[in-house]
Design a protein around this ligand. Structure first.
Ligand SMILES: O=C([O-])CC(=O)C(=O)O
Ligand SMILES: [Mg+2]
Length: 388
C-alpha cells in the first residue's frame, strides 16, 4: 500500500469574537487529505486532518518543507514492516528530517495537521474507530465509552452584554453541558467580576465555571484576579500568564489554591515536560491542556504523555484544548481526563458527531472508522472538497 497524494488547503474560521489576547477576524486553519491506494467499501481510503484553532494555517510550511519530504520519500519507507498500513512514526520522522531541536515555533502545527490525517487513514484501513485502535495499542484494549466535556465560549464580542453572555451559557446547559468556560482579562477586573457573577447566576455554582485569560496577565494582575475569584470556587483558572513563563505559573500556584490549567500553547514534549517540572503545577488538582493538532500530532503526544507520567502526572489530569474529534478519540482511547468542546464557535471544526448528544457533560463516540469526521456533516462537507 502507499500514499498516492497529499492535498492541503486553507479554510477561514474568521469571526468577530475576541479573547484577552487576540481577535479572530482573520483566523485560518489548514486542512489536509492523505489519499491512499487502499480500498474500503469500494472507495480509496482518505485520511483527513486540520490544525485545531488559535494558530493560523500552516500552508507555507506544508508546501515548502513537510509535504515535499513525504512526496520524495520512498513509499515503502512510510508503511509498517508488514506492508499493511501507514506507519505514523516513520511518517513523522520523515517530515522532521533536517529539523533542528528546540524552538518549536509553528512547524508543530504543520506536522500535527498531517499526523491527524495519517491516524485517520490508519484507523480507516483497520476499519475501526481511532479510539479503539489506540486503546488496543496502548491501553490493553480498554477504551472509555464516554468522555467528560465542557462547553467553551464566553468570548468578548462587539456589543455583547451580560444578558447575551447569560443566554449563551444557558444554551450550553440546555444542550447537556454542566461545566462552561468564559474568557476574562480583556476588560478591567471589576467588569470581569460582574461578567463572572452574571454567568454564575446561570450555572449555579463556581464548580461549573472555568475562566480563561489566554496568557494576558503579568504576575501582579494574575494574583489580583486570583484573590478576587477565590470565593467563587471556580472549576479552573486558565492560562493566566505567558505560556512559557513557568516562574509566573509557579508563583501564582503559591497564591491560588484552587485548580489552575494551562498548556495549550506548548508545542513539544520538551515544553510540556518543562511546564510540569518548573511551572509549579500540582498533579493532585491542576489540568494540562496540550493540543495534539498544534503540537506535532499524536506521535509526539504519546511522548508527551510518557514525559508527564515520568514526572508523576496521570493522563487523567490532561484535558486537551481545541474541541476537536481527534482529541476526543485520544481522550477515550488513552484515558485522558476529558476534552474541550466548542458548541458554537470555530464552525465547522467545532463539535462532535451529528447524532451524538452531550448528557450531564459527557459525550459518547460514534462507531465510524477513523476519527469520525464523516459523522459530522458540516465539517465533512469542507473536507470532502479536498478529495474531489
Ligand atoms: O480563545 C482561544 O484561543 C481558545 C482557547 O484559549 C481555549 O479554547 O481554551
Ligand atoms: Mg484557552
Amino acid at each position: 500500500m502507499r500514499i498516492v497524494e497529499i492535498r492541503e488547503t486553507t479554510e477561514s474560521i474568521a469571526s468577530p469574537m475576541a479573547n484577552a489576547y487576540i481577535d479572530f477576524s482573520k483566523m485560518t486553519c489548514s486542512v489536509v487529505a492523505v489519499v491512499t491506494d487502499v480500498v474500503r467499501n469500494g472507495k480509496p481510503v482518505i485520511g483527513y486532518g486540520f490544525n485545531s484553532n488559535g494558530r493560523y494555517a500552516a500552508g507555507g510550511l506544508l508546501r515548502e518543507r513537510f509535504l515535499p519530504r513525504l512526496r520524495e520519500a520512498k513509499p515503502d519507507s512510510l508503511i509498517t514492516d508488514d506492508g499493511t498500513n501507514l506507519d505514523p512514526f516513520k511518517i513523522w520522522s520523515t517530515m522532521m528530517q533536517n529539523e533542528k531541536p528546540g524552538g518549536h515555533g509553528e512547524r508543530s502545527v504543520a506536522v500535527g495537521t498531517v499526523d491527524m490525517a495519517v491516524w485517520d487513514a490508519v484507523a480507516k484501513i483497520e476499519d475501526r474507530p481511532l479510539y479503539r485502535v489506540l486503546a488496543d495499542r496502548y491501553r490493553g484494549g480498554v477504551a472509555d465509552d464516554k468522555v467528560w466535556v465542557y462547553a467553551a465560549g464566553g468570548y468578548y464580542y462587539p456589543g455583547k452584554d451580560d444578558s447575551k453572555l447569560q443566554d449563551e451559557m444557558r444554551s450550553y446547559l440546555d444542550r447537556g453541558y454542566k461545566v462552561v468556560k468564559m474568557k476574562i482579562g480583556a476588560v478591567p477586573l471589576a467588569e470581569d467580576l460582574r461578567r463572572i457573577e452574571a454567568v454564575l447566576k446561570i450555572v449555579g455554582d463556581g464548580a461549573n465555571l472555568c475562566v480563561d485569560v489566554n496568557g494576558r496577565f503579568d504576575i501582579e494582575t494574575a494574583i489580583a484576579y486570583g484573590e478576587a475569584m477565590k470565593p467563587y470556587g471556580l472549576y479552573w483558572y486558565e492560562e493566566a500568564g505567558d505560556p512559557l513563563d513557568y516562574a509566573l505559573q509557579a508563583e501564582l500556584a503559591k497564591h491560588y489554591e484552587r485548580p489552575l490549567a494551562t498548556g495549550e500553547n506548548l508545542f513539544s514534549h520538551q515544553d510540556a515536560r518543562n511546564l510540569v517540572r518548573y511551572g509549579g503545577m500540582r498533579p493532585d488538582r491542576d489540568f494540562l491542556q496540550y493540543d495534539c493538532a498544534l503540537s506535532y500530532g499524536l506521535v509526539e503526544y504519546l511522548r508527551t504523555l510518557d514525559a508527564i507520567q515520568a514526572e508523576g502526572w496521570s493522563p487523567r489530569r490532561v484535558v486537551p484544548h481545541g474541541g476537536h474529534q481527534m482529541s476526543l478519540n485520544i481522550a477515550a482511547g488513552l484515558h485522558l481526563g476529558g476534552n474541550e468542546s466548542y458548541p458554537d464557535v470555530f464552525r465547522p471544526f467545532c463539535g462532535f458527531a451529528d447524532n451524538v448528544r452531550v448528557e450531564n457533560s459527557y459525550v459518547g463516540l460514534p462507531d465510524a472508522p477513523g476519527i469520525g469526521f464523516e459523522t459530522k456533516s458540516e465539517l465533512f462537507a469542507v473536507m470532502r472538497k479536498l478529495a474531489e
